[in-house]
Ligand binder design. Structure first.
Ligand code: G6P
Length: 366
């Protein structure tokens, strides 16, 4: 191919391992959370917006779902997130001063472009693109933009585009929080430090690959898997399930763990591996009781904990611990082992990892 694979077997694996570099490039030049990061005239726009409307498809939609948690809890802005292909065909009640944020790796996804156009027709005054392709239609058609610097993404299953989108969305959250008087100068410095340390933290997550390869041998023999997460990590569970189904063709579903008892628990038997995204956050204790419910039905748990979560391996409970606890930025780290799990499971099943059947990298037709 045009881009050398180096030591990697597939573009997807290469792109997973490029994430520390991609995030560091995406943060290049960021000295503070200032409107100018989002383009000329951003100041007047960002000062005025009183809500956020996110529109996207696929993996980009899940980065938007994660951002909703940030934008509401940190910036205090009411945020709606919607799949572009749904939004464009209904009659939403519009708040003209809500900032429309379109998120797209390619910047050419037909449904997202149509949703953006529709949002403007409905009276939305302001729009911003988070996009990986500077020359794309989406960047041309929005007032403001933040360009992620993931570099060309070739694997159909998106990886580095997702984590760089999350990085950009966190910058947007911090900028809006600062404008709303919710970020002190000290806290700004602290946040910048955390962001700059992300590439290093990611390196140590990538070093977990051999352990994840061990787990993938179990997954490769299954036809179903369940992913659980709570709060900020529910969208990460969704993204983990999407990765697994896209490239390994294993049926995977994700649930916010509190919903387990309202349906999916009926599916849990010894044959159902349950992946749990379990960083040490305010919801960990609740998540642990959800895990008990799975164990009681014979379900085998595969837990991604972190340095601070008090979860130990035991009969039927396998634990991989991410080295650091990363607070609000934890989704950026926790998605990476899920990408690796999907990749190695697909590899073990012998599927065409970079070009999964029936899927396209960029969906430019409806
Ligand atoms: C396709 C790709 C996905 C991607 C989605 C949205 O389905 O296979 O990986 O997440 O399109 O693409 P975009 O370029 O808008 O992020």
């Amino acid at each position: 191919g045009a881009i050398d694979l180096g030591p990697y077997r597939h573009y997807m694996q290469k792109e997973i391992f490029e994430q520390p570099r991609a995030i560091s490039d995406t943060l290049e030049g960021v000295q503070g959370f200032v409107p100018a990061l989002f383009g000329e005239g951003a100041s007047a726009v960002l000062e005025r917006v009183n809500a956020v409307q996110i529109l996207a498809c696929g993996t980009s939609y899940y980065s938007g779902m994660t951002a909703k948690y940030w934008l509401e809890s940190i910036a205090g802005l009411p945020t709606h997130v919607e799949i572009a292909s749904e939004y464009r065909y209904r009659k939403p009640a519009v708040n003209p001063n809500a900032l429309v944020v379109v998120i797209s790796q390619s910047g050419e996804t037909a449904d997202t472009l149509a949703a953006l156009k529709y949002a403007k027709e409905l009276g939305h005054k302001h729009s911003l693109a988070i996009c990986n392709v500077p020359t794309s239609a989406m960047v041309r058609e929005t007032e403001l933009a933040y360009l992620t610097r993931a570099g060309a993404e070739i694997g159909v299953a998106s990886t580095k585009a997702f984590t760089t989108q999350l990085t950009a969305l966190y910058l947007l959250t911090m900028t809006l929080a600062k404008l709303n008087g919710r970020l002190s100068a000290d806290e700004e410095q602290n946040q910048l430090k955390q962001l700059r340390h992300l590439p290093t933290a990611l390196q140590s997550v990538l070093a977990l690959e051999p352990h994840i390869i061990g787990w993938s041998e179990t997954f490769a023999r299954k036809e179903n898997a369940l992913f659980l997460g709570r709060g900020l990590h529910y969208p990460i569970a969704l993204e983990g399930a999407l990765k697994l189904k896209e490239i390994s063709y294993i049926h995977a579903e994700a649930y916010p763990a509190g919903e387990l008892k309202h349906g999916p628990l009926a599916l849990v038997t010894e044959e159902m591996p349950v992946v749990t995204v379990a960083p040490n956050d305010a919801l960990l204790e609740k998540l642990k009781s959800n895990m008990q419910e799975v164990r009681a039905r014979g379900g085998e748990l595969f837990v991604f904990a972190d340095g601070d979560s008090q979860i130990a391996s035991s009969q039927g409970v396998h634990v991989i611990r991410l080295p650091e606890h990363y607070g609000e930025l934890s989704p950026i780290l926790h998605v990476v082992p899920l990408q690796l799990l999907a990749y190695h499971t697909a590899l073990a099943r012998g599927t065409d990892v970079d070009k999964p059947r029936n899927l396209a990298k960029s969906v430019t037709v409806e």
